[in-house]
Design a protein around this ligand. Structure first.
Ligand code: PLP
Length: 412
């Protein structure tokens, strides 16, 4: 028989969400009655908005007519949508020909691994969204990199802690590495300032690194001084790929639509532009995003659609504010609990000094019947943290806040 790829043997079990689900199941079986509320998963809960969903419905109906039917489109995406994204989201920063439409940001991160192959080194923020690390391990690049970290030999972890304001010391990254960077961040909720991102970009330029900038939460930024795109930083067009998605701002987690930006100026060591290879990958192993979803994306970027996305993100940010306020209550302050994030991201990143993430997770589940995400599951620097997700209906969030008000960190 065929041997199993060594990469999969090296992969640490993707145990975080299955483990959460199994603890939830066990708890519910032994504690019937009052329902458990989930503030655990980063999945949207609010319905699609009217203008955007109507555009998709109209397009879908048209597909049943001879005039309105269309089959395969360009693998790079509908040219009207590429133009719209460039004009609305990257004015003066990127051209339509540099935008590639996709079925989502996570899928693009997976394909980016194909672009760089198994010999490239990778650095990630610690804690981080799991796909950067697991994708690198699957393709085998974890073995190729330096054996430097306690978590995965070969992947360089850049600790993001309360002490450094959740912006890492980038000087730990070896030259010629890929740097996965997510801002506003999942799970920490931190949004990097322009000065911080300039530091990252300058380092990448100096050391021959390429940044994979995950901007999936850019639409949650409310502080106008914070960059929404890496290309707002001088020099980024020479060292960064940006990926983004309609999943969180438009509730497209199930609809599926995202995009990547690969600037023409971004080149390999030998001077070849990356965009040529990215185009090759997208036209070879991808066959275009759903045409229905792309028409939803077009509607999302017109005046009415932008308004709808704004109110949807406002809604989740208000949830985040409510959760943050509950976690700043006297019962938490007493235990030294510190609360971060929530202002420009739908996550509240909460530190329980001296405790283990899983221990706190269990306590919150037992006492409040609330599912959270243990920070340790996102990387070693997540230990002692809990991620509260602001994706949820308002009634559930308010009820969760009421329950949190009587939470006790210690038995005494
Ligand atoms: C939700 C999320 C995405 C979005 O992924 P899609 O595949 O577009 O749904 C990307 N990056 C991060 C960090 C996320 O949390």
């Amino acid at each position: 028989m065929i041997e199993r790829s060594p990469a999969f043997k090296a992969l640490k079990a993707g145990y975080l969400f299955p483990e959460i689900a199994s603890r939830r199941k066990a708890f519910e079986a032994s504690h019937p009655g009052i329902p458990v509320i989930s503030l655990g998963i980063g999945n949207t809960t609010e319905p699609l908005t009217p203008h955007i969903s109507e555009a998709m419905a109209r397009y879908a109906r048209g597909l049943s007519t001879r005039e309105g039917y269309s089959g395969y489109g360009d693998e790079q995406g509908l040219s009207a949508l590429r133009t719209k994204i460039a004009e609305v989201l990257y004015p003066g920063l990127a051209d339509a020909s540099e935008i590639f439409i996709s079925d989502g940001a996570k899928c693009d991160i997976g394909r980016i691994q194909l672009l760089f192959g198994s010999q490239v080194r990778a650095a990630v923020q610690d804690p981080a969204y799991p796909v950067y690390v697991d994708g690198s391990v699957i393709i085998g690049s974890a073995q190729a990199s330096l054996p430097s970290s306690e978590f995965y030999a070969g992947i360089v972890y850049m600790p993001c802690t309360a002490e450094n304001g959740f912006f890492p010391d980038v000087s730990v990254v070896p030259e010629n590495s890929l740097i996965y960077f997510c801002s506003p961040n999942n799970p920490t909720g931190a949004a990097a300032t322009k000065k911080e991102l300039s530091k990252l970009v300058d380092y990448a330029l100096q050391k021959g690194c390429i940044i994979i900038f995950d901007a999936a939460y850019s639409a949650f930024i409310r502080d106008d001084s914070l960059p929404k795109s890496i290309y707002e930083v001088e020099g980024a067009r020479k060292c960064a790929i940006e990926i983004n998605s309609f999943s969180k701002p438009a509730g497209f987690t199930g609809v599926r639509l995202g995009w990547s930006v690969v600037p023409k100026n971004l080149c390999y060591a030998d001077g070849t532009p990356l965009i040529n290879d990215w185009n090759r990958i997208m036209t070879t192993v991808f066959n275009g995003a759903s045409n229905i979803a792309q028409h939803g994306g077009l509607a999302a970027l017109d005046t009415e659609g932008l308004k709808e996305m704004r109110s949807l993100t406002d809604f989740y940010l208000e949830n985040a504010r409510l959760i943050k306020k509950a976690l700043q209550g006297p019962n938490f302050a007493e235990g030294g609990v510190r609360v971060y994030g929530a202002d420009n991201a739908p996550y509240v990143w909460t530190q329980f000094p001296g405790r283990k993430s899983w221990e706190v997770f269990d306590r919150i589940l037992q006492q409040c019947r609330i599912i959270t995400t243990p920070g340790a599951g996102f990387g070693p620097s997540g230990e002692s943290f809990i991620r509260f997700s602001a994706f949820g209906g308002r009634e559930n969030v308010l009820e969760a806040c009421r329950r949190l008000a009587s939470f006790k960190l210690s038995d005494a």
